[in-house]
Structure formats: C-alpha cells, structure tokens
Design a protein around this ligand. Structure first.
Ligand code: SAM
Ligand code: SF4
Length: 329
C-alpha cells in the first residue's frame, strides 16, 4: 500500500497545516496583544521570499497542504502579495489562507484573491465602533466591515471572523454577533483570551471562559455541528435561521490539544511545535540553498518527536510567548 507523505507526532496526531508568520510588525495596538504598539526586538530580518519558498516546498514534500500566512500583521509587508503568489503556486499546496486585521481591505481584497489566497480570517473584536477603537486604537470598524463584503465579492471561498472574548468589552454583544451572521455566509469564531507573558493583569481582568458563549448559543436554539474529520480544535455551532455559523476556540478546555493539526513558523525562521511553551527550533540556516532541502525535511521530521501532548496554560504557564504577534496566534 502506498501511503501519502505526512507529518505525525508520537501521539498519533497528523499535521497537514502550517501557520507561517511573515513579519512580527503590526500597525494596530490591540489591548491584549500589543497595547503599546509593535517594538522592534533584535536586528534580524524576517524571512525573505526565497527562504519562504524553500520552507514551504519542504513542508509540502512532507504532506502539508494548507498554509496560513499570519504575523504580526502579514499585510504590512510590501511584498505580501508576491509572497502569496509564490506560495500558492507551490506544488502540493491546496489551500492558502491568511489572518489579518483588515487594514485597507476594501481596496485590497481583490488583489489578495488574485494572488491565490482563498480563505481569510479577519479580526473583529466588537461591532460597536467606539469599542472597536478602544480595543485596537483604530477607528476602522466600518472600513473593515466593508472589507469583509469586498472579500465575498472577490470570490473568497472562506471568510471567517476572529473575535477574542473580552469580559467588559464584548461579552454583552453576543446577540449583535448572532444578528450579524444571520444573513452573511461567514463563520465567526470566538477565541478565549490567552494568557501571555505581557498580558497577565489584562488576562485576569478580561478573560471569560468559552462556556459563557456555548450556554447562550444552546439556549437560543443553536446546535453543535458534528466535527469534520481533520478539523482543528474549534467547535462549530449552526442555526437553521442563520446563513453564518458561530464557532468557539477554547484553548483552556479539556482535550483542546487532542485535535491539534498545525505547526507554526516564526517570521525569523524558527519552527514552533506549540503556540505556547517552547522557544522554537531554528531552521533558517537550512533555508539558504535549495541543496539543503533534504536535510531540512529530515530535521523537521526529527523535531516532531519533541511535540508534547498538550500545552501548560492550565498551570498558568504561557511558556515564553510575550504576545501572539510574535508567532501569529
Ligand atoms: N494581525 C493579524 C490579526 O490580528 O488578525 C494576525 C495576527 S494575530 C496575533 C492572530 C489572531 O490572534 C487575531 O485574531 C488576534 O485577535 C488573536 N490574538 C492575539 N492575541 C491573543 C490572545 N492573547 N488571546 C487570544 N487571541 C489572541
Ligand atoms: Fe496586531 Fe493582530 Fe496583535 Fe492586533 S491582534 S496587535 S492586529 S498582531
């Protein structure tokens, strides 16, 4: 029997999905992530296009078929569209996605689609313009909502919204979000606020368990959709009266890590086996020439032995991650 190449760990999990950060830089200052804006650390540059292409080719040879470009804010890179074009055309890559704060999305959505991006996650933490501004320090809610419509017009296959659950900011907006998705074919995902090195006090004040959402959804007649094979850790809810769905990403929930199907690369070329808990394994030295491709693949396969069964967030241990802008969430 011929088996397709695939990356797997010692716990029987497979990894067809890579989240690739292309920059640590961000133009927003979200209160839970970069409240004082992006500050340069170190003098290293971010992976260039040649390095990115070599990296993705190696992962594709190991069976990875879905790539998400993320950051920081990936679209601040002047060559973001070229990166997308090059990654999309790599043999074996079937789905190219990105996560963005939606900056200038109305005028850029079509060029993103034309570059080969097919799935977009847009971060929108509030549907109230004032609150949105308070969270991101940018008065851009309207622009971003227009951008979401522009993505549908451009032909994106998947349009998702990421909403970090924030006690005191958006915990009273569930009905507004439900109304919002009623007529739009979007999947809105609430994400439990995660504790990082930089947001300890903020976390204590604003963290809300995801059960707050699930209880309300079930009470309003929403039902949990069966998990699709190979799906990530999000729980998806649907309602017969709604075109859109609502999901929950609850990293603090029991068994969250059991369905982990993703690996992460930092913008400076380190492989992260988990969002939390380790410093990353540098691979950049193996991205300098096409001749290192086999060695790179062997290294990636060997590193899979170090993937742990779960994160240690429950022990109040957020690993070494100061904020998620350094790895892309
Ligand atoms: N800048 C892009 C954006 O905001 O969509 C991509 C990078 S951002 C780090 C990716 C996702 O992580 C965003 O949806 C953001 O809201 C989420 N995020 C950032 N910090 C978080 C935290 N501490 N807990 C939960 N989600 C977080
Ligand atoms: Fe920037 Fe995204 Fe972090 Fe907000 S969540 S500060 S947009 S990286």
């Amino acid at each position: 029997m011929i088996t397709e190449p695939h990356l797997a760990d010692n716990f029987g999990r497979r990894f067809p999905y890579l989240r690739l950060s292309v920059t640590d830089v961000c133009n927003f200052s979200c209160s839970y992530c970069l409240p004082d804006g992006y500050k340069k650390t170190g003098c290293e540059s971010f992976l260039n296009q040649e390095e990115i292409v070599r990296l993705v080719k190696a992962f594709a040879a190991l069976g990875v078929w879905k790539i998400r470009l993320t950051g920081g804010e990936p679209t601040v890179r002047p060559d973001f569209v070229q990166i997308a074009q090059r990654v999309a055309s790599i043999q074996g890559i079937k789905k190219l996605a990105f996560t963005t704060n939606g900056y200038k999305l109305p005028e850029r959505a079509q060029s993103y689609y034309d570059a080969g991006l097919r799935a977009i996650n847009i971060s929108i933490d509030s549907l109230n313009a004032e609150k949105f501004k308070a969270i991101t320090k940018h008065d851009r809610l309207e622009e971003i909502l227009d951008g979401l419509d522009a993505c549908h017009d451009a032909g994106f296959e998947s349009v998702k919204i990421n909403t970090v659950l924030l006690k005191g900011y958006n915990d009273n907006e569930l009905d507004d979000f439900i109304t919002f998705v009623q007529d739009k074919p979007v999947s809105l995902r609430f994400i439990e606020l995660m504790r990082t090195g930089d947001n300890q006090d903020y976390f204590s004040e604003h963290h809300l368990p995801g059960t707050a959402v699930t209880e309300k959804l079930l009470a309003r007649g929403w039902h949990l959709k069966p998990r699709e094979e190979g799906a990530g850790p999000a729980q998806e809810f649907a309602h017969k009266g709604s075109k859109g769905t609502i999901g929950l990403i609850a990293p603090y929930s029991k068994d969250f890590c059991k369905s982990c199907n993703r690996l992460r690369m930092s913008a400076k070329g380190a492989l992260h086996l988990c969002l939390f808990g380790e410093r990353g394994y540098p691979l950049r030295h193996l991205l300098q020439s096409d001749d290192s491709s086999e060695e790179l693949q062997e290294k990636i396969m060997a590193l899979m032995n170090f993937k742990k069964s779960a994160h240690f967030l429950h022990d109040n241990n957020s690993g070494v991650r100061d904020h998620l802008a350094s790895i892309g969430g």
